[in-house]
Design a protein around this ligand. Structure first.
Ligand SMILES: NC(=O)c1ccc[n+]([C@@H]2O[C@H](COP(=O)([O-])OP(=O)(O)OC[C@H]3O[C@@H](n4cnc5c(N)ncnc54)[C@H](O)[C@@H]3O)[C@@H](O)[C@H]2O)c1
Length: 479
């Protein structure tokens, strides 16, 4: 060992010991929260040769994992069985397992409360457990998306109340998860990972940890910067989707096909990234995370205007879709009340089963409130609750589709044969441009952003849009 290494060992014995354990892959890792983020992460760490303790409060998830059964699309039964059988992955609900681990990654939910403020209670509960078992030489990393300041203003004081000192005894960092469920090209391993520690030593050790199982790790100067990176990424999406949704409404007024406009603009080889309109935002990230940032800034007397505007426009979209259904039925001298409406796709995006914050739920609630006789199909979502009623996904046959007054395409799952679906439908409301090639059926297709829905009507648009907006805001406040 060289002199400088000896000095490092002398100054930072915990840092050096942990570094060696990580580089030799002899360390034991823990992941708290085994959901869409935590489970793939735990499996990736295990596949690099580490022993991983996976902790979740949900006993059903722990039982499923111990039985080799996955509950999310991005983790296969095979991967779980392999990790559990080799003894490298130990799912449990017992936090005492933290006693013997060297790293802890926190992947618990960060939802909004009923008043749409950040709910960081899951992070606080996990931190309390970590504090109980905190010991020298441990690395703690928060991965849950949250507002800038959470790691150094909330987690750090709680952990240091143990008497241990950050950067010397234990190490604390923030590293945002960037997983994109259903993405077949990018996964935990090949998506670059940002890390920002409380001290340089924290960043260094977090960098070493993630480099063992992630191809590219990008250090930043602080936890707050790392927290802000994630919020920039998700606010960027929310604002651009809001902008393109508004553009779709403009195209309706102008009678121009928004998809033709976007695809033509996307031929520009620089300075343009295509975003597409849709029935609204969904999932645990994009509709929620920007509110964490806006909330934090509001407390500092700063109004995040883009975030508010994007949320307002994106939040309007389910009402726009509902109005399109009404307009389409009207052409057949029918009203929403009493009409049979079949919803296709209720997950928030293509080829995933996640319905959290899905705009389909809002569209279905609105149609149900207006008296539609609703049914739905989603190959990945067998049942769901709307306005207190449990609906089951109906089988998608020509007879089922033919029996409906209107088919509404909300999520364009890869399993759908849109030619067959549209052929059997009387009226199609297409919010995803899924029927773009079916020109022979164009007379029965109403496409979002193509000059044929409510926003294009030259009447009292302003009032109608305000009404829609108010109705939507009311809906989105309801649980
Ligand atoms: N889902 C995504 O696509 C995605 C992508 C990037 C970042 N994120 C962020 O990652 C975080 C986790 O999201 P998710 O989608 O994996 O959530 P999830 O709901 O799928 O999983 C969270 C898990 O944590 C468990 N849990 C809750 N409190 C706990 C506690 N105190 N101790 C142990 N387990 C606990 C829950 O039972 C659940 O299984 C959130 O902050 C989210 O914003 C999510």
């Amino acid at each position: 060992m060289g002199l400088s290494n000896k000095l490092m060992h002398w100054r930072y014995p915990n840092l050096e010991a942990l570094k060696t354990k990580l580089q030799d892959r002899k360390a034991t890792a823990a992941v708290i929260g085994l959901g869409y983020v935590g489970l793939p992460l735990a499996l990736e760490i295990a596949s690099a040769g580490f022993k991983v303790v996976g902790i979740d409060l949900d006993q059903n998830k722990i039982a499923a994992l111990n039985a080799g059964k996955s509950y999310i699309g991005d983790a296969s039964d095979k991967a779980i069985i392999a990790a559990v059988e080799t003894g490298r992955f130990l799912p449990t609900s017992d936090f005492a397992a933290l006693h013997n681990v060297d790293t802890v990654s926190i992947c618990v939910p960060t939802p909004l409360s009923k008043s749409r403020d950040p709910d960081i209670s899951f992070i606080l509960a996990a931190t309390e457990q970590i504090r109980k078992y905190l010991h020298a030489g441990q690395l703690i990393v928060l991965e849950s998306t949250t507002y800038p300041g959470t790691t150094d203003e909330l987690i750090l004081p709680e952990l240091e109340s143990s008497g241990l000192q950050v950067g010397r005894d234990f190490f604390l960092a923030f590293s945002p998860e960037r997983i994109d469920p259903g993405n077949t090209s990018f996964n935990t391993r090949n998506t670059p990972k940002i890390v920002g520690g409380i001290t340089e030593e924290c960043t260094e050790i977090a960098h070493i940890f993630y480099s063992q199982f992630i191809e590219r790790v990008v250090p930043v100067s602080s936890t707050k910067c790392a927290e802000m990176v994630k919020l920039l990424e998700n606010t960027f999406r929310s604002v651009n989707i809001g902008m393109v949704n508004e553009l779709a409404l403009m195209c309706d007024v102008l009678g121009v096909d928004v998809y033709e406009v976007i695809d033509a603009a996307a031929t520009k080889p620089f300075g343009f990234i295509p975003f597409y309109p849709g029935p609204g935002l969904g999932g645990h990230c994009i509709p929620i995370d920007p509110h964490y940032l806006a909330w934090k800034l509001k407390a500092l007397n700063f109004q995040a205007r883009f975030i508010g505007l994007a949320a307002e426009i994106n939040g309007m979209m389910p009402a726009v879709v509902t109005a399109m259904v009404g307009e389409g039925l009207n052409r057949f001298s029918k009203s929403i009340r009493g009409s049979k409406v079949l919803i296709l796709g209720v997950a928030y995006k293509k080829n995933v089963s996640d319905c959290r914050e899905s705009p389909a739920l809002d569209v279905m609630r609105m149609l149900s409130d207006k008296g539609a006789i609703l049914s739905y199909n989603d190959p990945l979502v067998p049942s769901l609750r709307i306005n207190g009623n449990v609906l089951k996904s109906v089988e998608l046959t020509a007879a089922t589709v033919e029996s409906q007054d209107c088919t509404v395409i909300l999520t364009d799952h890869g399993a759908y044969d849109f030619r067959k679906i549209v052929a059997a439908s009387k009226l199609v409301v297409d919010t995803r441009n899924a029927a773009k090639d079916l020109l022979e059926f164009k007379d029965k297709i109403m496409k979002l952003g193509a000059g044929n829905n409510v926003a294009s009507s030259p009447r009292d648009d302003e009032h109608e849009n305000v009404a829609i907006s108010l109705a939507t805001q009311k809906l989105r406040v309801d649980p």
